[in-house]
Design a binder for this molecule. Structure first.
Ligand code: PRX
Length: 635
């Protein structure tokens, strides 16, 4: 599907301040890009040398098993060693790693020293519970410091974490736990959101009833309501952390560069989410380089990536990237509008945030409340802004630039994916910007816009966005399903050996890339990635539904919203109550983010002669537009 909610003909340039250009961490773009493309292995090897390795690599890139590429082969490292251990040996042990504010207003800070100690204690707890190198640990938590501690402790032990976003439901957790075969789960009693408690532990209990493979549940006390604690299975985090076994000394596990660090499930074109697998070595190099050059983090910065740690943005740019760079990060637990729509702007002022990274949907959502809310606050600490998750429409870009950035902060519109690990198409602080374009590829990244035959399309023409060379932050496989990895990402341009992104894009005459949106059956709702097939199979799992079709419809704030159409089984009849029941069913199958804005019961669905649902026709009809060519239509 395409989200054509911006106007690529808008080609106003915004030039960065001379000062930004002169002081940024990033080298000159043109020269670096050209040099990197001349020899990508030397380029990435040089970047890798800014990290610490227990043993150096023998080979930078092994293409022999393509598309199963390997980076820094033979190198020994651990991402947590670079994120924590090496910093506590320097003056940085006294520096703040994390500043936290909870939705109710409670505050906490962690120096690198304290964070490392907490991580070590928890790593000892995990190990004492039998968690070993390679074991999968599921994490289902709110946005609190302990989620970082849990992830980093897994990394130190050498376990593979699978973080599930706190907005997912019991069925989604059960499926992911099952797929990862994870025996240990870390959660909270609840999370604060809009003044209410999201009952995470209760959802976990329901999930485990469906997927009993979980043997141990560790529960962080956050919201304090009574929860069910099953004897012999459930343990309070704060109890475990006071046991003698929870020593603050822990020998970080030596890992192979290619050993897995985490699995992160994301939606694709089938009903079953894919476990995207990332590793210790290449991923560390990629995210630290991209974060340093794009967001220019310096020791005096206060960096706020407002995403959730449960998404790739949080993994790469809340947890691992900033810590590798020794930066100070800020984390806020709750809703941007709680208790008033000035909450975010108040946080920027209270904590002196210098770099803010968020999503277009959040900007559009806050824009609706008007300028008076941000204008009550002193936002002059901000020097750089960022955007991710979907195309940013020029109207939102300009508001962000003018009202939040006071026309002095360049906006880094970063295009990337769960699969890419880090930013792929992005400005650097010195790049001349055009609102709505993610500008050009990061040095070392070889992208193109091509037609079905694999030929580059001329400027101004839509095509498939492909990546022509491997990069260190790339996914290594789909967990447990290597065939799907090959089929999904490498089969479209198998002859050329290119990675297909699933996005349509166009380049303009200056080589700037304009992302149009997904061209597969993936919908972006408020920046969240959902598969139409996932929603459809959720609906069909209800006994009343014989067939279902879901489509994405453009929406001013959320980017897209979901419309769903269901054909009922013959012994059911349509009613308002049934529609509500089906929506509730999706809430439990996937989560609140997947609940269709509109759900209609229909007698039939348009299909091709081969029986494929014609989403294009359904979508056109839902939007009240002409239905186009329906000559192949059967029903
Ligand atoms: O369609 C693109 C869109 O988000 C997709 C990746 O989604 P996900 O794996 O959830 O990762 C989101 C955070 C990295 C892409 O295929 N997308 C992401 N960033 C942008 C974007 N579309 C346009 N502009 C962006 N800056």
């Amino acid at each position: 599907m395409t989200d054509n909610n911006f106007n690529p003909s808008v080609e106003e340039w915004y030039y960065p301040d001379e000062n930004v250009r002169a002081t940024s961490n990033a080298p000159d773009y043109d020269a670096t890009y050209t040099k990197a493309m001349g020899d990508i292995e030397s380029f990435w090897a040089e970047r890798a040398r800014s990290l610490e390795w227990f043993e150096p690599w023998d080979k930078v890139l092994d293409r022999s098993g393509a598309p199963f590429f390997k980076w820094f082969v033979g190198g020994k490292t651990n991402i947590a060693y670079n994120a924590l251990d090496r910093h506590v040996k320097t003056w940085r042990k006294n520096k703040l790693a994390l500043i936290f504010e909870g939705e109710p207003g409670d505050k906490q800070t962690y120096s690198y020293w304290r964070l490392n100690q907490e991580v070590n204690k928890f790593a000892n707890v995990l190990r004492s519970m039998g968690v070993k190198k390679g074991d999968r640990v599921t994490i289902y938590m709110g946005r609190i410091p302990e989620i970082m501690i849990a992830m980093l402790a897994c990394a130190k032990v050498g376990a593979v974490h699978s973080v599930i976003y706190g907005g997912f439901s019991e069925q989604a957790i059960a499926d992911r736990v099952e797929d990862a075969q994870s025996r240990v789960l870390i959660t909270c009693d609840g999370a604060w959101l809009r003044g209410n408690i999201v009952p995470l532990k209760e959802t976990v209990d329901k999930a485990i009833a469906k997927s009993p493979i979980v043997e141990t549940v560790i529960v962080v006390k956050r919201t304090n309501q009574p929860v069910n604690m099953e004897q012999g299975r459930d343990y309070w985090y704060h109890d475990l952390m006071t046991l003698p076994i929870a020593s603050p000394r822990f020998e970080t596990q030596v890992m192979d560069a290619e050993d897995p660090l985490f699995i992160l499930y994301t939606s694709g074109t089938t009903g079953k989410p894919k476990g995207i697998l990332h590793t210790h070595g290449g991923y560390s190099v990629y995210i630290s380089t991209t974060l340093s050059w794009v967001f220019d983090l310096k020791d005096e910065d206060r960096w706020w990536c407002a995403a959730d740690p449960g998404w790739i943005t949080g993994h790469s740019y809340i947890v691992y990237g900033p810590l590798i760079l020794g930066a100070t990060g800020f984390m806020y637990e709750g809703a941007p509008t709680f208790p008033y729509p000035n909450r975010w702007w108040k946080l920027v002022e209270d904590y002196g945030i210098t770099v803010l990274y968020t999503a277009p949907t959040a900007i559009r959502g806050l824009m609706r409340f008007g300028e008076a809310w941000p204008n009550r606050h002193d936002l002059s600490s901000l020097r750089l802004l960022g955007s991710v998750g979907e195309p940013i429409n020029p109207e939102a870009w300009k508001w962000y630039h003018r009202v939040i950035g006071k026309e002095k902060c360049p906006i880094m519109d970063t295009w990337w994916q769960t699969e890419t690990g880090g930013f792929m198409i992005t400005p650097l602080p010195s790049t001349a910007l055009k609102p709505g374009s993610a500008t050009r590829p990061f040095p070392g990244i070889d992208i193109d816009v091509v037609n079905e035959a694999g030929e580059s399309v001329p400027p101004g023409t839509d095509g498939n966005l492909v990546i022509k060379q491997p990069w260190p932050g790339m996914l290594r496989t789909v967990y447990g399903d290597p065939d799907r990895y090959v089929r999904q990402y490498w089969n479209t341009y198998a002859k050329q050996g290119w990675y297909v992104t699933g996005d349509s894009a166009r380049k303009d005459k200056d080589g700037y890339v304009w992302i149009i949106g997904r061209n597969d059956d993936v919908i972006k709702v408020s920046g969240y990635r959902l598969g139409t097939a996932e929603i459809e199979s959720g609906l069909v799992s209800h006994p009343a539904v014989a067939e279902a079709a879901a489509v994405g419809i453009p929406d001013e704030v959320r980017g897209n919203i979901i419309y769903a159409y269901c054909i009922l089984r013959s012994d059911y009849s349509a009613s308002e109550a049934l529609i509500e029941e089906l929506k509730e069913h999706i809430r439990h199958q996937i989560g609140p983010i997947a609940v269709p804005s509109k759900l209609e019961i229909v007698p039939s669905l348009p299909k091709t002669r081969s029986g494929k649902i014609m989403r294009r026709v359904i979508r056109a009809r839902a939007m009240g537009m002409p239905e186009g060519d329906i000559s192949t239509l059967e029903e």
